[in-house]
Design a protein around this ligand. Structure first.
Ligand SMILES: Cc1cc2nc3c(=O)[nH]c(=O)nc-3n(C[C@H](O)[C@H](O)[C@H](O)COP(=O)(O)OP(=O)(O)OC[C@H]3O[C@@H](n4cnc5c(N)ncnc54)[C@H](O)[C@@H]3O)c2cc1C
Ligand SMILES: *[C@@H]1O[C@H](CO)[C@@H](O)[C@H](O)[C@H]1NC(C)=O
Ligand SMILES: *[C@@H]1O[C@H](CO)[C@@H](O)[C@H](O)[C@H]1NC(C)=O
Ligand SMILES: *[C@@H]1O[C@H](CO)[C@@H](O)[C@H](O)[C@H]1NC(C)=O
Ligand SMILES: *[C@@H]1O[C@H](CO)[C@@H](O)[C@H](O)[C@H]1NC(C)=O
Ligand SMILES: *[C@@H]1O[C@H](CO)[C@@H](O)[C@H](O)[C@H]1NC(C)=O
Ligand SMILES: *[C@@H]1O[C@H](CO)[C@@H](O)[C@H](O)[C@H]1NC(C)=O
Length: 482
């Protein structure tokens, strides 16, 4: 309820703010920014691209869009928006599934011109503009034999991913993506342009590591570089007849694998005939996995296989995530202590139960299981906004419901909440009291309370917020609010 109120308020905020005023602000921005930046209006290709999102339910028609090209212009823009209290949004890769979190009826800021990738061999760092998407980053870095530890599938933005946490293919070795960020260039809500590092500003350094868009607009991230050569893996799919064998192989991998170079993401969905289908993306950080690591998966009869020794970039491209135009969708999440057989079976049952139920709505389900090693959260070198719990390993499940008609938006949210509540009960019945585990901000449905995301870190985040953004300028943009 809390967040429904929150969403209600935000939409009300936007709807009471007259478009004519927003358009005046657009004109003011256009006058004030340098010639490197530009403002676009409905009808132009840039306007449409700037408002575009992975799911249609995250798209809004903004009064105008602005593509800043310099931090100084971002500063000018945020000061104008703050002064006029104009609702706005900031978009990196546009993959947020919570509606309105990177879209607005006010001023849409698209970071697309922050598109540089600079690898510094000497310091072992990679500076990346906040308008980049991860697969383009990997393509640019490939000749250097390094990566930043980022997105696992195509299309995901560097900015939102990194501001929320970042489960990545190297997580078993290096932790979350936030654990690999060495610095931020930040435009603060008052327009100041600052470099945020562990030593220059330890509060903001903590806050930006999972604290989302509460503290300003990031123009550039500096990541630790990791040497990565040829890797092994890709996408392997299985049919309903192999589901039991798959579940056994998955449980064994989730519980017993200790190799930090191995990782999987496994998705359950229904095929066109309404039967379960499993899509298993496997990754090994090396040209071939040692015997034993993936053998159980490889022994199961597959429907399709795209497994090979390949470049990291090619592995990321192996599982295309594009949706048909107009597809609406939300994510939600649960955290488990461990993926055990009863929990895996319950997730498969949810897939068939809700998949069948959703047929009447021409809608689809996906449940993505993401196992990680017990040491997942031990790789931090500072405290971070997410996760607030590091002494206990927990593993995320991502729920994905997609549909076509806006009239189903509410019922789909309710169905997702019912499914999450049922799985929480199943976990409890199986000795996993998961209801106080952190929820991952980049997957959690907007109706999740901020307490579940930031937990014991909330007081510190609130204090930093009060200091950095006393006028709550970032409150004009939606997202998790501290
Ligand atoms: C197909 C798909 C695959 C995914 N795979 C993974 C995965 O492997 N691991 C994982 O951890 N997550 C994954 N995610 C979740 C992903 O991390 C989030 O959707 C993330 O928010 C996307 O970032 P973005 O820049 O594309 O999103 P956007 O929608 O552009 O932004 C998300 C949020 O960040 C804010 N923001 C964007 N840019 C800035 C900026 N420069 N300064 C301040 N705030 C900003 C926005 O205002 C918004 O609130 C996946 C999502 C999808 C749809
Ligand atoms: C926006 O316009 C510029 C200049 O015309 C162009 O180079 C750029 O590719 C466009 N961006 C998008 C996202 O369409
Ligand atoms: C993990 O390994 C132990 C010891 O070999 C075995 O008893 C157990 O069944 C395995 N767990 C799973 C889920 O396969
Ligand atoms: C997938 O199935 C095909 C056909 O049975 C088989 O040749 C191939 O080796 C399998 N791939 C993997 C990676 O197991
Ligand atoms: C399958 O899921 C549905 C919906 O959550 C639930 O009502 C039912 O009890 C589950 N069945 C089994 C066998 O777990
Ligand atoms: C059902 O969904 C598919 C895939 O998203 C879409 O192409 C189709 O138009 C939809 N049909 C109806 C009747 O909405
Ligand atoms: C890692 O995070 C935990 C929990 O916030 C914190 O207690 C610990 O000090 C951090 N580790 C380092 C090396 O800073």
């Amino acid at each position: 309820m809390a967040s429904l109120r929150k969403i209600g308020t935000a939409f009300a905020l936007a709807s009471v703010f007259p478009v004519t005023l927003a358009l005046e602000v657009c004109t003011e921005i256009q006058r004030a920014v340098s010639s490197a930046s530009a403002v676009y209006y409905p009808g132009s290709r840039n306007y449409t691209a700037d408002n575009a999102h992975w799911v249609a339910s995250s798209i809004q028609s903004s009064a105008c869009t602005v593509e800043p090209a310099t931090a100084a212009d971002v500063s000018t823009i945020i000061k104008l928006l703050g002064k006029t209290k104009t609702p706005f949004a900031v978009k990196g890769g546009g993959h947020a599934t919570n509606p309105g979190w990177s879209s607005t009826s006010g001023v849409q800021i698209a970071m697309t011109r922050f598109n540089t990738v600079n690898y510094d061999k000497k310091s072992g760092t990679i500076a990346i503009g906040s308008g980049m998407i991860w697969d383009d980053v990997y393509a640019e870095l490939e000749p250097h034999g390094v990566i930043a530890a980022g997105g696992r599938v195509p299309g995901v933005g560097v900015a939102g991913f990194t501001l929320g946490g970042g489960y990545n293919w190297l997580s078993n070795k290096v932790g979350l993506t936030v654990d690999t960020v060495l610095g931020y260039q930040l435009v603060k809500p008052n327009g100041d342009i600052v470099s945020v590092t562990a030593t220059s500003n330890s509060d903001l350094f903590f806050a930006l590591k999972g604290g989302y868009n509460n503290f300003g607009i990031v123009t550039q991230f500096t990541f630790k570089a990791f040497a990565v050569g040829q890797v092994w893996g890709g996408l392997l799919t299985y049919g309903a007849a192999q589901a039991a064998a798959f579940n056994a192989a998955f449980a064994s991998f989730a519980v017993n694998t200790t190799d930090p170079n191995a990782a999987i993401v496994s998705g359950f969905a229904l095929d066109a005939s309404g039967k379960p289908i499993v899509a298993n993306i496997m990754f090994y950080n090396g040209p071939s996995p040692p015997a034993g690591v993936f053998d159980k998966f490889l022994a199961i009869k597959n429907i399709s296989s795209d497994i090979s020794t390949r470049s990291f970039h090619s592995l990321v491209e192996a599982a295309p995530q594009d949706l048909p135009t107009g597809t609406r969708g939300y994510f939600d999440t649960l955290s488990f202590f461990e993926y055990t057989p009863p929990i895996i079976n319950a997730i498969l049952n949810e897939t068939t139960f809700w998949g069948a139920r959703l047929g009447a709505f021409n809608a689809s389900v996906g449940y993505h299981l993401e196992p990680f090693l017990k040491t997942l959260y031990t790789h931090n070198t500072t405290a971070t906004a997410f996760p607030f719990l590091r002494s206990q390993r927990f593993v995320p499940l991502q729920l994905q419901f997609t549909w076509n008609s806006p009239k189903y938006d509410t019922i789909m949210r309710e169905f997702m909440e019912q499914s999450a509540a049922h799985l929480t009960n199943v976990a409890n019945q199986n000795g996993q009291p998961i209801q106080e585990l952190p929820l991952y901000p980049n997957y959690a449905l907007f109706s999740s309370p901020a307490e579940r995301i930031y937990g014991s870190n909330l007081p510190r985040l609130k204090a930093i917020k009060a200091q950095v953004d006393p006028q709550n300028v970032m409150g004009l943009a939606q997202g998790w609010k501290v």
